[in-house]
Design a protein around this ligand. Sequence first.
Ligand SMILES: Nc1ncnc2c1ncn2[C@@H]1O[C@H](COP(=O)(O)OP(=O)(O)OP(=O)(O)O)[C@@H](O)[C@H]1O
Ligand SMILES: [Mg+2]
Length: 392
Amino acid sequence: MARRFCIYYYFQENGAYLQQFVNSLPHSLIVATDTLANLPPQLNSEVDVVLLEYQENNPKLDRWIEKIASERQSPPIFLYLKEINTANLWKALRLGVKECLAFPIQEEEFKQALERIQPHTLTDEELVEPTRLISFLGCKGGVGTTFLTANLAYIMAHEHQKRLLVVDLDLRYGQLIYFFNARPQYNIINALENWERMDSSYLQSLLYLYGSNLYLLAAPSRPEESEAVTPNHLEKILRYLKNMRFFSMILVDTGQRVDEVIMKALEVSDKTILVTTSSIPALSNAKKLLELLPRLGLEEAGLELLVNAWQQKKDLDLPEIADFLGREVTYAVQHDPGEVDRSINEGKPLAETAPSNKVCHDLGVIAVKILGVPEAKDGFFSRLFNRLRGKG
Ligand SMILES: Nc1ncnc2c1ncn2[C@@H]1O[C@H](COP(=O)(O)OP(=O)(O)OP(=O)(O)O)[C@@H](O)[C@H]1O
Ligand SMILES: [Mg+2]
C-alpha cells in the first residue's frame, strides 16, 4: 500500500522540491499540498506523514505543530529546514516533531526515517491463539477481587510467559495500579476520547507495561469520569482488545457493582469468576448473585466460584460452602493477611515479595487451571481440596 504524504510549504519553490522528491519515491502518494497559510485545523486520518517546511519566528506555526504532534493519532511530522543546527533540533524535539531534514534530502536517510515511524504490526508468528477474557466479580467490597486479578495476571505473565492484559473496571475507585505501584500516563478514558481514530497501535500505546509481559489498562483517574464509560464503549474496547490477538488472556477486575457497564463486560467475557470469602454476609451476596446473573442473561456455564482468604480450621469447609450456594467451589485461596498486606502495601505482586507463600501457591494452582496447562504434580491445596471433597 502506498504511503500517503501531506506537504505544507512556505516558499513555492520549496513546495515544488518536496513534491518532486516524494513523487520520486516508490509507493508514495501525495494526498494534500498547500501553503503554511492554509494549514488545516485537524489532519485527515488517511495521512501517514506530514512533510512541512519550517518557518522561523512563526508562533502560530509552532502552536499548530505542537497541537498536531500531541494528538496521538496524528501522523508524524517531518520538518524541512533551511539548515539543521542544535537550536532548531531542540526546538523541533520540544514541539514533538519526528524528523528534521535539510536540502538536499538524502533518499536513504529518508527511507530510514520512514522505517522508524512504521507502527509495529504483528507477524503471524507473533499472533496468539484467540484471546480469552476472564472477569473477576466481587460479591462484596473487600473480598480480594483486585488482589486476585492482579496476582493471577502476574503469575500467568511471569511464570507461564503469557502476554497478559489486566483491565481495571472498578471505574470509580480503580485501585489496580497501586498493586503494581504503577503510574500510567493514560487510562480507559483516553480510549473513548479518540474512538474514531482507534487502531491497535494506539490502543497499545495507552497500556502500561509492567515487566515484559504484563499490560495494564487503568481506570479513570477521577471518580466522576467513570460516567463517561457506556456499555457500548466498553463492549467495543473489550472486543477490540480481544480481536487484536495480541494477548493470551485478558483479566478484568469488575469490582463489585453490577451495573449496565459491568453486565456488558460479563457478557463479553468467556468466563466470570465470582469472588467471595466464607463470611456469612459475603456468601449470602454470592448466593443472590449466582441466582441473579443467569436471570440477567449470563450463561451459568461461564460462571465459576472462588473462595478467598479461606481458613481451613476456622471457616466453613468447602463442601459446606458448596451446599449453601448450591454450586461447586471451583477455586480457593488461603488466608494470610500478613504477607498479602505486605505485598499490597509495597505495590508488588506476592510472587515477588513472598514466592513460596501458601497464598502464592494457591494462586499458582488457579493460574494453571485457568490457562489449562497440565499441573506437574498435585500441590498442597489441590490435595487438601480433593480430600475435603472426599476424593483423596
Ligand atoms: N488471601 C488473602 N488473605 C488475607 N487477606 C487477604 C487475602 N486476599 C485479600 N486480602 C485482604 O483483603 C483486602 C482487600 O483486598 P482487595 O483490595 O483486593 O479487595 P477488593 O475486593 O478488590 O476490594 P474493593 O471492594 O475495595 O475493590 C486486602 O487489603 C487484603 O488485606
Ligand atoms: Mg478492588
